[in-house]
Design a protein around this ligand. Sequence first.
Ligand code: SF4
Length: 180
Amino acid sequence: MNIYIENLGKTKNKKIIKKVTEKFGIKKPINIHIVPEAPVEINQEEELYKLASYQTPQNCNHTSCLGKNLYISKNQEISFCPKHIKESKLGTIENITNKEKFENALKEMIEKRNKCKQKCEIYEICQGGCVFEKNCEEYKKNQQKVIKELNQIMENKVDLGTLPKYKEKAVINLIFKRKE
Ligand code: SF4
């Protein structure tokens, strides 16, 4: 579970996180992220190679994360997505008034996932993606190109030392994944 919290100072943050974990029965391991942190530069190309080789990406658009994240704002409001705070707001720590919002998102996600499963060649990688992400065509096209390239690298036994580090890592990950 990832908890993103708007910074209120070390002691207050600690108190609030304790309250939330107790109240919601959140079990360890918990990763705490203090917000705002310096924005992380995301390299979209490298992200595709990470996804294609089953590494954890930094951008969550094409992963399945519902129920793994909580965002706590300064006024102690809870959202279930740190990127879509408004759309995923559930209420305050003391008073969750919008529980059905999460339940509806879960239902929507399950439906989306089932549709993707039937028609998408890269379902295994994306698993239906983000419930808030409605258009995936471009991502899908780019991701397929990367999968093709990685397969060719492996088939042609390309010297990994000649590849950029992120491609080399992707190939190694895929080799291990296929041996599992
Ligand atoms: S259809 Fe789009 S959202 Fe669904 S699994 Fe494929 S790439 Fe992901």
